[in-house]
Design a protein around this ligand. Sequence first.
Ligand code: CA
Length: 328
Amino acid sequence: MTTSGIVPVIDFAPFLSGTPAEQKATATELLNAMKDVGFLMLKGFHSEQTVTKAQVEDAFEHSKRFFALPQEEKSKLAYTAPGRESRQYSFRGYNAPGKERVHNATSEEEIAKLRAKAPDMKETMEIGREDGDSPFPNRWPENLPEYKEFMVEFFHSCHKLHLQVMAAIAVGFDLETEYFFPMVEEQSHNLRLLNYPAVPNTSVGEGGNRAGAHSDFGSVTLLFQDSVGGLEVQDKNGEFVPAVPVPDTVVVNVGDLLQRWTNDVLKSTVHRVVVPQGGGEMTPQRNSIAFFSNPGLTQMIRCLPELGAPKYPPVKCEEYLYRRVEET
Ligand code: CA
């Protein structure tokens, strides 16, 4: 089997359009990767029933155009910190720790200094399900044609890809293909666009963490990354191993809630993003797009009875996510 570092690369096409036997074989491969590593890369996932290749390419274009907007435009969409009273655990809008300081700097020299001090400086844009009922309304830029329309559609396509991943997990466990569907149909997911600006290589060192070591909270995360890379996945000895981008793949990883849901059979693995080493004077700009999927917020998550005596009591999805956000 092909791997990138310790992350298996799995062809998803036989699951999407193969015979039942081919589907089962692919589902087993996917499940084994989730049990063993907690991470995998899917190739052959592009399709009309999931996300097309053109959509992924367009998503990066739209994302770049968004981040290229004047700082004032982006700052208008800034999200507010989660309030204790509002019990908010989901973010919508733009966030740029450190970016404002750089924006307010007056000289090139000052900007260079600030950037050198904060090589992990990044910008994010968070998008949720677009409808009137969402407790967390989206924030859309005014002057970016087609962006909203595209992202609403892309969000839905990512949801469909996530459904196929959940279907593969179900088949891998010998459950009904659509076993998880009623619990995830609410689409309480977060689509996050990320932009890591180019930084001088001199600023890149031991402190070059773009996202510190963490595990994801939800069910599964889908990550589209460009060729710059930087994702590292922790192995069984606690070492971080680069997951070098493989063209036309999507990274899939298990979140903490799915680990709990599967009674610790599937593994939510610690990972981080670092500034890639080597290259020229500047480490290039990096873009990635993450889709954090979750069960419906009011769903009770119980350890699957098929997977042995439950290790955890049932928990309401929303309660679990809120607690996790509070902890950090
Ligand atoms: Ca993550």
